[in-house]
Design a binder for this molecule. Structure first.
Ligand code: ADP
Ligand code: CIR
Length: 350
């Protein structure tokens, strides 16, 4: 079965995933009989990519040890995605000087909103495919309790479990870009949606500028967002939220070489994705130039409803691509500098 799916992927001319490029027959045969101590196999790592030929990447780590056991596969993907070689070590966390971050669009001409998120995995729990129903509930309980105890006025809020949320409320929160979507086939085929919606939910502050996703792709996603282009304010709030969660007694998994460990290898290291929701009508009408300029500045372009979506009304989500091998300061700065350049280009175009 697995060999058949592998061959189908390799022979599909429409498939451009990193998995297809990196996993040759030789490596496939070398890894096929390996298992982590939790019992995860190569199939658990690559199922999503085998079943979704439109994957950008196509692999997930079913448990933390998978990054070692299947290192020959992950390291190649990590190197291609983050530019982080097998002998490199992720630097210590460094949020740098907050005053270096600016409002990218003080006149509110281009940027609709700015968002910075990071992911965390709680120590002593595996990732999604290996989590039992009881563990999902334990994690939900632990994380939501920590959030309820927070004493930073701006970060106070309410936890909304998915189990008790009405479909209308869920739809509204997704449309407003606060809540994760449901039914992501890349995650489903990676066995990341078992027992859904149990154990999943969102914590939201009153101003809707701070939220925490529980048990979606990662155990924890910490998000800071607001209207406009003020990167400094958004990052400042995220840093406060991270410190609050770190001082709560929750312990997060951090690897000496790979930094914070996450389910998807694109999120390792700082786990930071800093993005703006932006309209650049002139530049984005020249697709090739738009894409090559984004690449030049290590930026990734996503559609206006998140990964794997299209652009609505000329709106794009533009973020730093690399998260591993650089500091938190550098990851956010990479977005700031790149977006500054894109705005300058847009302004100079006729
Ligand atoms: P993630 O950010 O966790 O990798 P997605 O790409 O699916 O996941 O994005 C999650 C949600 O966040 C989507 O609704 C997306 O449109 C929204 N989003 C991302 N960046 C911004 C932004 N700068 N402003 C508003 N919403 C944003
Ligand atoms: C994919 O391979 O397309 C999905 N598994 C998502 C990968 C994360 N994408 C990214 O570029 N950061």
């Amino acid at each position: 079965m697995m060999r058949k799916l592998f061959t189908e992927m390799q022979q599909d001319p429409q498939c451009n995933s990193m998995l297809k490029r990196v996993l040759n027959k030789d490596l496939f045969e070398r890894l096929i009989n390996r298992r982590t101590r939790m019992g995860s196999s190569l199939m658990d790592v690559i199922r999503s990519g085998l079943m979704n030929h439109d994957s950008n990447i196509g692999v997930y780590a079913p448990d933390p040890e998978a990054y070692q056991v299947f290192a020959d596969l992950f390291n190649r993907i990590i190197e291609e995605y983050h530019g982080f070689g097998p002998d490199e070590r992720h630097p210590a966390s460094d949020f740098g000087k907050l005053t270096d971050f600016i409002d990218l669009d003080p006149e509110n001409k281009f940027i609709v909103s700015t968002r910075i998120r990071c992911g965390r995995s709680v120590k002593n729990y595996p990732f999604n495919p290996c989590l039992k129903e009881k563990q999902y509930k334990e994690l939900e309980q632990k994380i939501s309790t920590v959030l309820a105890k927070g004493n930073d006025e701006e970060l106070k809020g309410t936890y909304l479990p998915l189990v008790t949320m009405s479909k209308e409320e869920q739809r509204r929160l997704i449309d407003q870009h606060y809540l994760f979507k449901e039914g992501d086939r890349f995650l489903q085929t990676a066995n990341a949606c078992r027992f859904w919606p149990k154990g999943r939910g969102i914590f939201l502050n009153k101003a809707r500028t701070f939220m925490v996703w529980i048990n979606e792709e990662d155990h924890i996603r910490i998000i800071s967002m607001q209207e406009g282009g003020n990167v400094g304010q958004v990052f400042g709030r995220l840093i406060r939220a991270i410190r609050m969660m770190e001082s709560s007694g929750l312990e997060f998994v951090r690897d000496q070489r790979l930094g914070y460990l996450t389910f998807c290898p694109t999120n390792l290291g700082t786990t930071i994705r800093a993005s703006v929701m932006i309209r650049l009508p002139k530049l984005s009408s020249q697709k090739q130039l738009f894409e090559s300029t984004a690449n030049k500045f290590n930026l990734q372009i996503r559609g206006s409803k998140g990964e794997h979506t299209d652009s609505d009304e000329g709106m794009y989500d533009i973020s730093n691509r690399r998260r591993l091998g650089l500091t938190e300061y550098d990851a956010v700065m990479e977005m700031q500098r790149g977006v500054q350049q894109l705005i300058e280009m847009e302004k100079s175009m006729k």
